[in-house]
Design a protein around this ligand. Structure first.
Ligand SMILES: [Zn+2]
Length: 183
């Protein structure tokens, strides 16, 4: 029998060759963590402690502005400890792309109290960027109001989520004695 990939068969009827496309080595990878890191021996991530490094996304800044909440102060009111908001290159690029209407957000993101985290990966999709970072490094809290991003973060062990409710910040997945009371 003639091979179904044979060149003599019409192109439209020929079986597709199974040569795989090469993976782009610089693409954002979201890998599963096969083993639990030792800091997650207890229910909560024991690597976390003040000062807290908090990765903020674009919407978290925008919602904070709307709710008239000062980011750094409100974070400290929530966790009773020093907090350092962090902005990745991707989040900064996202805010810059929003243009003039969001210049307040841009000014906040460039506040010297914020720590800038440089990105080495390709692409600027901020959600992927944040998920990748907290998958690899268990030393961050993620601050977001985005439902999809929250859902993705919840799948990663040991990453607390800061969100906005009742005109204040709140935290989930942290032991009670660390943070603010929950509403
Ligand atoms: Zn990035």
């Amino acid at each position: 029998m003639i091979n179904l990939r044979d060149q003599r068969i019409k192109q439209t009827e020929r079986a597709k060759s199974n040569v795989k496309k090469k993976d782009d080595p610089s693409a954002i990878k979201e890998r599963e963590v096969p083993q639990h890191p030792s800091c997650l021996f207890f229910q909560y991530n024991t690597q976390l402690g003040p000062p807290y490094y908090i990765l903020v996304d674009t919407n978290f800044i925008n919602f904070s502005i709307k709710a008239k909440l000062d980011l750094v102060q409100s974070m400290m009111d929530c966790l009773y400890a020093k907090c350092i908001p962090c902005i990745t290159d991707c989040v900064m690029a996202e805010i810059e792309k929003l243009g003039q209407k969001y210049r307040v957000a841009l000014r906040i993101a460039k506040d010297p109290r914020f720590e800038r985290l440089p990105c080495t990966h390709k692409g600027t999709y901020a959600d992927d960027c944040l998920v990748q970072r907290v998958t690899q490094h268990k030393c961050y809290i993620v601050a977001t109001v985005d439902r999809d991003l929250k859902r993705r973060i919840r799948k990663i062990p040991g990453v607390p989520i800061m969100y906005i409710s009742n005109h204040r910040y709140n935290i989930e997945r942290m032991p009670d004695d660390y943070g603010a009371p929950r509403f």
